[in-house]
Write a protein that binds this ligand. Structure first.
Ligand SMILES: [Fe+2]
Length: 325
Protein backbone atom coordinates (compact mmCIF):
# COMPACT_ATOMS: atom_id res chain seq x y z
CA UNK A 1 0.00 0.00 0.00
CA UNK A 2 1.03 3.59 -0.44
CA UNK A 3 2.18 4.86 2.96
CA UNK A 4 2.34 8.50 1.91
CA UNK A 5 -1.27 8.29 0.74
CA UNK A 6 -2.30 6.89 4.10
CA UNK A 7 -0.43 9.49 6.13
CA UNK A 8 -1.76 12.17 3.80
CA UNK A 9 -5.30 11.29 4.88
CA UNK A 10 -4.62 12.82 8.28
CA UNK A 11 -4.72 10.91 11.50
CA UNK A 12 -8.13 12.22 12.55
CA UNK A 13 -9.64 10.19 9.73
CA UNK A 14 -9.92 6.46 10.22
CA UNK A 15 -7.17 4.69 8.35
CA UNK A 16 -7.29 0.97 7.84
CA UNK A 17 -5.07 -1.17 5.71
CA UNK A 18 -4.08 -4.73 5.14
CA UNK A 19 -0.33 -5.06 5.32
CA UNK A 20 -0.07 -7.72 2.70
CA UNK A 21 -0.74 -5.53 -0.34
CA UNK A 22 2.42 -5.65 -2.35
CA UNK A 23 4.26 -7.38 0.47
CA UNK A 24 5.04 -11.05 0.88
CA UNK A 25 2.67 -13.01 3.11
CA UNK A 26 3.75 -12.87 6.69
CA UNK A 27 2.91 -15.39 9.39
CA UNK A 28 2.91 -12.79 12.17
CA UNK A 29 1.53 -9.55 10.74
CA UNK A 30 -2.10 -9.32 9.76
CA UNK A 31 -3.88 -5.94 9.61
CA UNK A 32 -3.84 -2.76 11.56
CA UNK A 33 -6.29 0.09 11.93
CA UNK A 34 -5.82 3.54 13.35
CA UNK A 35 -8.34 6.03 14.65
CA UNK A 36 -6.92 9.15 16.27
CA UNK A 37 -4.95 7.90 19.28
CA UNK A 38 -6.14 4.29 19.07
CA UNK A 39 -4.54 1.50 17.09
CA UNK A 40 -5.60 -2.11 16.56
CA UNK A 41 -2.83 -4.49 15.61
CA UNK A 42 -3.84 -7.96 14.50
CA UNK A 43 -1.43 -10.86 14.42
CA UNK A 44 -1.64 -14.41 13.10
CA UNK A 45 0.31 -15.52 16.19
CA UNK A 46 -1.53 -16.74 19.29
CA UNK A 47 -1.67 -13.92 21.82
CA UNK A 48 -4.04 -12.87 24.58
CA UNK A 49 -5.78 -9.58 23.73
CA UNK A 50 -3.49 -6.92 25.12
CA UNK A 51 -3.95 -3.20 25.59
CA UNK A 52 -0.75 -1.17 25.55
CA UNK A 53 -0.46 2.51 26.42
CA UNK A 54 2.41 4.09 24.51
CA UNK A 55 3.70 7.11 26.46
CA UNK A 56 6.63 9.22 25.31
CA UNK A 57 8.21 12.66 25.82
CA UNK A 58 6.55 13.74 29.05
CA UNK A 59 9.56 15.99 29.73
CA UNK A 60 9.27 16.03 33.50
CA UNK A 61 11.54 18.51 35.22
CA UNK A 62 10.59 18.00 38.88
CA UNK A 63 13.58 18.81 41.06
CA UNK A 64 14.59 19.45 44.68
CA UNK A 65 17.67 20.40 46.71
CA UNK A 66 19.53 17.35 45.40
CA UNK A 67 19.46 18.98 41.98
CA UNK A 68 20.96 22.31 43.10
CA UNK A 69 24.57 21.39 42.17
CA UNK A 70 23.34 20.53 38.64
CA UNK A 71 21.34 23.69 37.95
CA UNK A 72 23.84 25.08 35.44
CA UNK A 73 23.20 21.95 33.37
CA UNK A 74 19.43 21.66 33.89
CA UNK A 75 18.16 25.27 33.89
CA UNK A 76 17.09 25.55 30.24
CA UNK A 77 15.14 22.30 30.16
CA UNK A 78 13.67 22.92 33.64
CA UNK A 79 11.90 25.95 32.17
CA UNK A 80 10.45 23.97 29.25
CA UNK A 81 7.08 22.12 29.16
CA UNK A 82 5.79 23.71 32.37
CA UNK A 83 2.56 24.97 30.75
CA UNK A 84 1.21 22.65 28.05
CA UNK A 85 -2.06 22.64 26.18
CA UNK A 86 -3.84 19.34 26.82
CA UNK A 87 -4.28 17.38 23.58
CA UNK A 88 -8.00 16.75 24.25
CA UNK A 89 -9.33 19.49 26.53
CA UNK A 90 -6.97 22.29 25.48
CA UNK A 91 -6.56 23.19 29.15
CA UNK A 92 -3.18 24.27 30.44
CA UNK A 93 -1.42 21.45 32.24
CA UNK A 94 1.98 20.77 33.73
CA UNK A 95 4.02 17.75 32.64
CA UNK A 96 3.29 16.10 36.03
CA UNK A 97 -0.45 16.63 35.64
CA UNK A 98 -0.31 15.12 32.16
CA UNK A 99 1.59 12.06 33.32
CA UNK A 100 -0.78 11.49 36.26
CA UNK A 101 -3.82 11.97 34.01
CA UNK A 102 -2.45 9.45 31.49
CA UNK A 103 -1.75 6.83 34.13
CA UNK A 104 -5.23 7.34 35.50
CA UNK A 105 -6.59 6.73 32.00
CA UNK A 106 -4.45 3.59 31.75
CA UNK A 107 -5.75 2.29 35.07
CA UNK A 108 -9.39 3.04 34.34
CA UNK A 109 -9.05 1.67 30.81
CA UNK A 110 -7.50 -1.54 32.17
CA UNK A 111 -4.30 -1.21 30.19
CA UNK A 112 -2.13 -4.31 30.42
CA UNK A 113 1.24 -2.78 29.63
CA UNK A 114 2.91 0.65 29.50
CA UNK A 115 5.50 1.30 26.78
CA UNK A 116 7.62 4.32 27.75
CA UNK A 117 9.86 5.45 24.90
CA UNK A 118 12.03 8.17 26.34
CA UNK A 119 12.31 11.83 27.21
CA UNK A 120 10.01 11.02 30.11
CA UNK A 121 12.52 13.25 31.93
CA UNK A 122 13.99 16.51 30.69
CA UNK A 123 17.19 15.75 32.64
CA UNK A 124 18.08 12.96 35.07
CA UNK A 125 16.81 14.52 38.30
CA UNK A 126 16.63 12.23 41.33
CA UNK A 127 13.36 13.82 42.41
CA UNK A 128 11.71 13.18 39.03
CA UNK A 129 12.90 9.58 38.75
CA UNK A 130 11.66 8.82 42.27
CA UNK A 131 8.31 10.45 41.52
CA UNK A 132 7.80 8.51 38.28
CA UNK A 133 8.64 5.17 39.89
CA UNK A 134 6.11 5.88 42.63
CA UNK A 135 3.43 6.78 40.09
CA UNK A 136 4.14 3.70 37.98
CA UNK A 137 4.19 1.44 40.99
CA UNK A 138 0.80 2.76 42.11
CA UNK A 139 -0.79 1.68 38.81
CA UNK A 140 0.31 -1.93 39.27
CA UNK A 141 0.70 -2.11 35.47
CA UNK A 142 3.91 -3.66 34.11
CA UNK A 143 6.04 -1.29 32.05
CA UNK A 144 9.09 -1.11 29.81
CA UNK A 145 11.23 2.01 29.53
CA UNK A 146 13.91 3.03 27.08
CA UNK A 147 15.77 6.35 27.34
CA UNK A 148 15.56 9.38 25.08
CA UNK A 149 18.25 11.93 24.39
CA UNK A 150 17.09 14.19 27.23
CA UNK A 151 16.61 11.59 29.96
CA UNK A 152 20.34 11.31 30.60
CA UNK A 153 21.46 14.69 29.35
CA UNK A 154 22.74 17.55 31.49
CA UNK A 155 23.38 20.32 29.01
CA UNK A 156 26.98 21.50 28.89
CA UNK A 157 28.36 18.67 30.99
CA UNK A 158 31.74 17.41 29.82
CA UNK A 159 31.85 14.07 28.04
CA UNK A 160 30.69 12.34 24.89
CA UNK A 161 27.02 11.46 24.48
CA UNK A 162 27.88 7.81 24.96
CA UNK A 163 29.81 8.46 28.18
CA UNK A 164 27.07 10.68 29.59
CA UNK A 165 24.41 8.10 28.74
CA UNK A 166 26.45 5.39 30.49
CA UNK A 167 26.95 7.59 33.55
CA UNK A 168 23.39 8.79 34.10
CA UNK A 169 21.52 5.65 33.09
CA UNK A 170 23.59 3.94 35.80
CA UNK A 171 23.57 6.68 38.44
CA UNK A 172 20.02 7.95 38.20
CA UNK A 173 17.80 6.06 35.79
CA UNK A 174 18.81 2.53 36.86
CA UNK A 175 15.55 1.61 38.68
CA UNK A 176 13.57 2.38 35.51
CA UNK A 177 15.22 -0.65 33.88
CA UNK A 178 14.03 -3.11 36.54
CA UNK A 179 17.31 -5.03 36.57
CA UNK A 180 17.78 -5.04 32.79
CA UNK A 181 20.46 -3.39 30.69
CA UNK A 182 19.71 0.24 29.75
CA UNK A 183 20.93 -0.46 26.22
CA UNK A 184 18.69 -3.40 25.32
CA UNK A 185 16.04 -5.50 27.01
CA UNK A 186 12.95 -7.57 26.38
CA UNK A 187 9.74 -7.82 28.36
CA UNK A 188 7.25 -10.57 27.64
CA UNK A 189 3.55 -10.20 28.23
CA UNK A 190 0.61 -12.29 26.98
CA UNK A 191 2.76 -13.95 24.31
CA UNK A 192 4.07 -10.62 22.99
CA UNK A 193 7.69 -9.57 23.19
CA UNK A 194 8.42 -5.89 23.85
CA UNK A 195 11.95 -5.19 22.68
CA UNK A 196 13.70 -2.03 23.93
CA UNK A 197 16.73 -0.70 22.08
CA UNK A 198 18.26 2.59 23.26
CA UNK A 199 19.04 4.69 20.18
CA UNK A 200 19.07 7.99 22.08
CA UNK A 201 22.53 8.87 20.73
CA UNK A 202 21.05 8.19 17.24
CA UNK A 203 23.46 5.29 16.95
CA UNK A 204 23.32 1.54 17.54
CA UNK A 205 26.13 -0.43 19.18
CA UNK A 206 27.25 -3.88 17.95
CA UNK A 207 25.87 -5.60 21.08
CA UNK A 208 22.47 -3.98 20.47
CA UNK A 209 22.38 -5.23 16.88
CA UNK A 210 23.33 -8.71 18.06
CA UNK A 211 20.58 -8.61 20.69
CA UNK A 212 17.97 -7.42 18.22
CA UNK A 213 18.93 -10.11 15.69
CA UNK A 214 18.38 -12.76 18.36
CA UNK A 215 14.86 -11.37 18.99
CA UNK A 216 14.09 -11.62 15.27
CA UNK A 217 14.55 -15.34 15.59
CA UNK A 218 12.56 -15.75 18.80
CA UNK A 219 9.32 -16.91 17.11
CA UNK A 220 7.27 -14.51 19.25
CA UNK A 221 5.47 -11.50 17.78
CA UNK A 222 7.28 -8.35 18.88
CA UNK A 223 6.97 -4.60 19.23
CA UNK A 224 10.13 -2.52 19.02
CA UNK A 225 10.42 0.41 21.43
CA UNK A 226 12.80 3.19 20.40
CA UNK A 227 13.06 6.87 21.24
CA UNK A 228 14.25 8.21 17.89
CA UNK A 229 12.17 7.15 14.89
CA UNK A 230 13.83 5.24 12.08
CA UNK A 231 14.49 7.10 8.86
CA UNK A 232 11.68 7.40 6.37
CA UNK A 233 12.14 9.15 3.02
CA UNK A 234 10.57 12.61 3.01
CA UNK A 235 10.52 12.92 6.78
CA UNK A 236 12.50 15.48 8.78
CA UNK A 237 15.82 14.90 10.52
CA UNK A 238 13.71 14.01 13.60
CA UNK A 239 13.54 10.62 11.91
CA UNK A 240 17.24 10.58 12.47
CA UNK A 241 18.14 6.96 13.11
CA UNK A 242 19.40 5.63 9.81
CA UNK A 243 18.91 8.94 7.98
CA UNK A 244 21.47 9.10 5.14
CA UNK A 245 22.10 12.80 5.81
CA UNK A 246 22.49 12.50 9.57
CA UNK A 247 25.85 13.86 10.74
CA UNK A 248 27.85 17.01 11.42
CA UNK A 249 26.38 18.86 8.43
CA UNK A 250 22.77 18.37 9.53
CA UNK A 251 23.21 18.99 13.27
CA UNK A 252 21.40 22.26 14.04
CA UNK A 253 20.95 21.94 17.79
CA UNK A 254 24.33 21.04 19.30
CA UNK A 255 24.97 24.61 20.49
CA UNK A 256 21.59 25.15 22.14
CA UNK A 257 21.66 21.67 23.70
CA UNK A 258 25.36 22.15 24.60
CA UNK A 259 26.42 18.69 23.54
CA UNK A 260 28.88 16.90 21.32
CA UNK A 261 28.25 17.49 17.62
CA UNK A 262 27.05 14.57 15.52
CA UNK A 263 29.99 12.84 13.78
CA UNK A 264 31.40 14.07 10.45
CA UNK A 265 31.17 10.61 8.94
CA UNK A 266 27.46 10.13 9.62
CA UNK A 267 26.10 6.83 10.83
CA UNK A 268 28.16 3.76 11.61
CA UNK A 269 27.72 0.66 9.49
CA UNK A 270 26.24 -1.08 12.56
CA UNK A 271 23.46 1.54 12.76
CA UNK A 272 22.69 1.08 9.06
CA UNK A 273 22.72 -2.72 9.49
CA UNK A 274 20.29 -2.38 12.41
CA UNK A 275 18.00 -0.23 10.28
CA UNK A 276 17.90 -2.89 7.60
CA UNK A 277 17.41 -5.70 10.12
CA UNK A 278 14.38 -4.00 11.70
CA UNK A 279 12.47 -3.85 8.44
CA UNK A 280 13.40 -7.43 7.61
CA UNK A 281 12.21 -8.79 10.97
CA UNK A 282 9.49 -11.34 10.19
CA UNK A 283 7.96 -11.20 13.68
CA UNK A 284 7.90 -7.40 14.10
CA UNK A 285 4.34 -6.07 14.43
CA UNK A 286 5.22 -2.39 14.82
CA UNK A 287 7.81 0.16 15.89
CA UNK A 288 6.80 2.62 18.64
CA UNK A 289 8.83 5.84 18.91
CA UNK A 290 8.66 9.46 20.03
CA UNK A 291 11.12 12.36 19.91
CA UNK A 292 9.46 14.42 17.16
CA UNK A 293 6.51 15.53 19.35
CA UNK A 294 4.22 14.91 16.40
CA UNK A 295 1.95 11.97 15.75
CA UNK A 296 2.78 10.19 12.53
CA UNK A 297 2.52 6.87 10.76
CA UNK A 298 4.77 5.37 8.12
CA UNK A 299 4.78 1.86 6.71
CA UNK A 300 7.87 0.14 5.39
CA UNK A 301 7.90 -3.46 4.19
CA UNK A 302 4.46 -3.86 5.78
CA UNK A 303 5.74 -2.73 9.21
CA UNK A 304 4.06 0.35 10.71
CA UNK A 305 6.21 2.86 12.55
CA UNK A 306 3.94 4.69 14.98
CA UNK A 307 5.34 7.93 16.36
CA UNK A 308 3.40 9.51 19.21
CA UNK A 309 3.27 13.14 20.12
CA UNK A 310 4.49 14.41 23.48
CA UNK A 311 2.87 13.19 26.68
CA UNK A 312 3.69 16.62 28.18
CA UNK A 313 0.32 17.46 26.60
CA UNK A 314 -1.32 14.30 27.91
CA UNK A 315 -1.07 12.40 24.63
CA UNK A 316 -0.87 8.62 24.68
CA UNK A 317 -1.41 6.00 22.01
CA UNK A 318 -3.62 3.06 22.91
CA UNK A 319 -2.43 -0.01 21.04
CA UNK A 320 -4.69 -3.07 21.13
CA UNK A 321 -3.03 -6.29 20.02
CA UNK A 322 -5.00 -9.40 19.26
CA UNK A 323 -5.05 -12.57 17.21
CA UNK A 324 -6.78 -12.36 13.85
CA UNK A 325 -10.08 -14.21 13.95
FE1 LIG B 1 13.96 13.36 22.15
Amino acid sequence: MNASLLTGLGLAAKASAADTEGNPANEYRSTFSMDQNQVSLYTHARVEPTKVFHITDTHLSLDDERGVPYREFSARMAAAYTGNSHFQSGETCSAEESFEWTLDRARKGKANFLALTGDIFSFPSEAAVGWVLKQLDATGIPFAYVAGNHDWHYEGMKGSSRELRDTWTTERLAPMYQGNSPLYATYEYNGIRFVCIDNSTYEILPEQLEFFTAQMNSALPMLLLLHIPLYMPGRSMGFGCGHPEWGEQSDRNYEIERREKWPAGGHTQVTLDFYRAVFEAPNLLAVLAGHTHRQSLDIKNGIPQLVSRENASGFYLEVNIQTTG
